[in-house]
Ligand binder design. Structure first.
Ligand SMILES: N[C@@H](CCC(=O)N[C@@H](CS)C(=O)NCC(=O)O)C(=O)O
Length: 182
C-alpha cells in the first residue's frame, strides 16, 4: 500500500509462505512476508523496516516531519504490528497444530491483546489529515487483516474502526483493491 501511495515502481510477487519458496527464504532468513528486494540487491524486511526505507527513499513523504507527530505515527505503527503478531499467533495455533492440541488459553491470551489494542485505537482514532502516514498504513493493513481472517468477531465492538477505514479509503482509493486478501 505504501509503495502504491508513494508511486514507487514495485513488482509484486505472491508467494506461499507455507511452501518456503527459494525467492523468499533466500532473501529473508525468517521466511516471512513482506520482503522487499531492491534494485541494488538489498533485501529489506519486515513491514516497518520497509516503510522507513521507503520514507528515506522518498525524502520523508511517509512520516510527519514534526517530531511529536512522527513519534505518534511510529507508536501507532508498533501497536498495529503487535496486534497483527497476536492475530497471526492465533491463526497459526489453529493452522499448524492438530485440533486436539490447540491450546485455547494461548489463543485467549493473544485475543485479549488484540481487543485491548483495538480499544486503545478506537478510543482516539488517528486523524488522517491531508495525507496518510506510515502509522495509517499499518492500521489500514491491520483492519484489512481482521476483515480477512476474523470476520464477524470485532466489527460490532469497533464501529469507529470501520468508519476510520472508510475515511482512509477516501484518501487512498486503492485500499479496496490492495488490502489484505487471501
Ligand atoms: N511484523 C511482521 C510480520 C510478518 C509476518 O509474520 N508475516 C506472515 C504473513 S502475514 C508470514 O510471513 N508468516 C510466515 C511464517 O511465519 O512462516 C511484518 O509486519 O512484516
Amino acid at each position: 500500500m505504501a509503495a502504491r501511495y508513494l508511486e514507487l515502481d514495485v513488482t509484486e510477487i505472491r508467494v506461499d509462505t507455507n511452501a518456503g519458496p527459494a525467492i523468499l527464504v533466500d532473501n529473508n532468513p525468517l521466511g516471512k512476508i513482506p520482503t522487499l528486494l531492491t534494485d541494488d540487491g538489498l533485501s529489506v524486511f519486515d513491514s516497518v523496516a520497509i516503510m522507513h526505507y521507503f520514507d528515506r527513499l522518498k525524502k520523508g513523504k511517509l512520516y510527519p516531519s514534526n517530531n511529536g507527530k512522527r513519534t505518534q505515527a511510529e507508536i501507532l505503527e508498533s501497536l498495529c504490528d503487535g496486534i497483527c503478531d497476536s492475530l497471526l499467533a492465533i491463526v497459526y495455533e489453529r493452522r499448524f497444530r492438530d485440533e486436539e492440541k490447540v491450546h485455547q488459553p494461548w489463543i485467549d491470551r493473544q485475543w485479549k491483546k488484540v481487543v485491548s489494542g483495538l480499544h486503545h485505537i478506537s478510543a482516539h482514532p488517528p486523524k488522517i489529515g491531508k495525507k496518510p502516514n506510515g502509522g495509517h498504513f499499518a492500521l489500514a493493513a491491520t483492519i484489512g487483516y481482521l476483515g480477512l481472517r476474523f470476520k464477524g468477531q470485532w466489527e460490532a465492538e469497533h464501529p469507529e474502526l470501520i468508519d476510520w477505514a472508510s475515511k482512509f479509503e477516501k484518501k487512498f482509493p486503492a485500499y479496496g483493491e490492495i488490502k489484505p486478501q487471501g
